[in-house]
Design a protein around this ligand. Structure first.
Ligand code: NI
Length: 403
């Protein structure tokens, strides 16, 4: 029994509004009890309990935390398809400074990236889709993923544990809170949306000595200053002006006296790029610039790079289908084009194996509030965006299967 899209939209809307206060309650419950990456045991138990109540099949436990569950649609076409929906569930090591009555009770831990919202939205989506399961032209896989916040992240081990070996979704969708956009709206982008983020660790080895006699030492502090400055030429002279790149040296440590040249300086920072070719090129040129600048100044320097998440690339066909679904569900004025973001997300790993798209969900208020940004102790998303999140995830899954 296939229903027409406008009837489905009506059913999704009414079920979402019926469930709204329950989903808000779930979100606040998760918000009160944030758990760090790979320690999400309480959150995992909460998710399992809700999914079991909806009679979803809890699948294979791929990792110690997180849940993968399947909703079998009953309107099955031959060669039926599977669509996957993903939420991340972990929190940040951050002390909450909000004053609302559902603040974190865990000292030094906070859902400051909105993963409590993502989890509650996906549970709401499961409830809505379970309600209309007789109209689903395929199955829906719900992926509640642990440990997005801490590289190497939870997505990669989940995939390595066999997620895409057991399931072959034809698309995967996910979303993230986006406080710079007003609640009620979403933003989408085809192609590169979020950056590859690599950690840089630089050590400059010199020869310490008396600060009054620098000619008898090899000064790693002066060399470190030259290195920091020279690295910016990579952004202005190696990366194409049409291809964004960021190099930030964000910490520098060395020496502890006014009259002693230290033997060593350590620095760390981040490299952000929007495509893999530029990422490789920048890594190579960073290493050369650091080593050669140091050598030219009579010291030695080495660079360690810890590769973070790859570039998040939204697949054109799924993004277009998602945009179409979003316009049908929300209206054209609620669907914006997203600019590339230099933040990173391990949803990118799924997109290396499976077509899909990542949505930025507006969670901002009409009047922008200072400090209400991601990873801030004052992060406080507009909960009305839950309605948009549940609606768009549900309808995106339904319409992808109905194609
Ligand atoms: Ni996040």
């Amino acid at each position: 029994m296939s229903e027409n899209p406008s009837a489905i939209i009506e059913r999704i809307r009414s079920k979402t509004s019926e469930l709204y206060s329950e989903i808000v309650g779930i979100r606040r419950e998760i918000h009160r009890h944030p758990e760090l990456s790979f320690q999400e045991f309480r959150t995992t138990a909460l998710i399992r309990e809700h999914l079991q109540r909806l009679k979803l099949k809890i699948e294979h436990d791929f990792l110690e935390t997180g849940v993968v569950a399947l909703l079998e649609g009953s309107d099955r076409k031959p060669g039926r398809t599977l669509v996957a929906l993903r939420a991340d569930i972990d929190a940040l090591p951050l002390q909450e400074e909000n004053r609302h009555d559902f603040c974190s009770v865990e000292n030094g831990k906070m859902h400051a990236c909105g993963h409590d919202m993502h989890t509650a939205i996906l549970l709401g989506t499961a409830a809505v889709l379970a309600e209309i399961r007789e109209t689903l032209a395929g199955d829906v896989l719900f992926v509640f993923q642990p440990a997005e916040e801490k590289a190497p992240g939870g997505a990669r081990p989940l995939i390595e544990a066999g997620l895409f070996h057991h399931y072959k979704p034809s698309a995967i969708f996910g979303l993230h809170c986006f406080p710079q956009l007003q609640a009620g709206k979403i933003a989408l982008r085809e192609g590169s949306l979020m950056a590859a983020a690599d950690e840089l660790y630089i050590t400059v080895h010199g020869e310490g000595g008396h600060a009054s006699a620098p000619h008898k030492a090899a000064d790693p502090v002066l060399a470190a200053a030259h290195i920091i400055t020279s690295l910016q030429h990579l952004v202005s002279r190696v990366a194409s002006p049409y291809d964004p790149a960021v190099v930030s040296i964000s910490s520098i440590n060395g020496g502890n006296a006014t009259n002693v040249i230290p033997g060593k300086v350590s620095m760390s920072g981040t490299l952000r790029t929007m495509n893999e070719d530029l990422r490789i090129l920048m890594q190579k040129r960073l290493r050369q610039t650091i080593e050669h600048t140091a050598r030219g100044l009579g010291v030695e320097a080495e660079l360690d790079i810890v590769n973070g998440y790859p570039v998040l690339v939204n697949h054109p066909e799924t993004t277009r289908a998602l945009r179409q679904a979003a316009i049908e569900y929300l209206g054209e004025d609620k669907v914006e084009e997203c600019e590339p973001l230099m933040t990173a997300e391990d949803f990118s790993y799924y997109l290396q194996h499976c077509p899909g798209a990542f949505i930025q969900l507006g969670t901002g208020r009409k009047k922008p509030e200072k400090g209400n940004t991601l990873h801030s102790p004052f992060f406080n998303p507009d909960e009305s965006s839950i309605v948009t999140g549940v609606g768009i995830m549900s309808y995106a899954a339904w319409s992808w299967l109905a194609r």
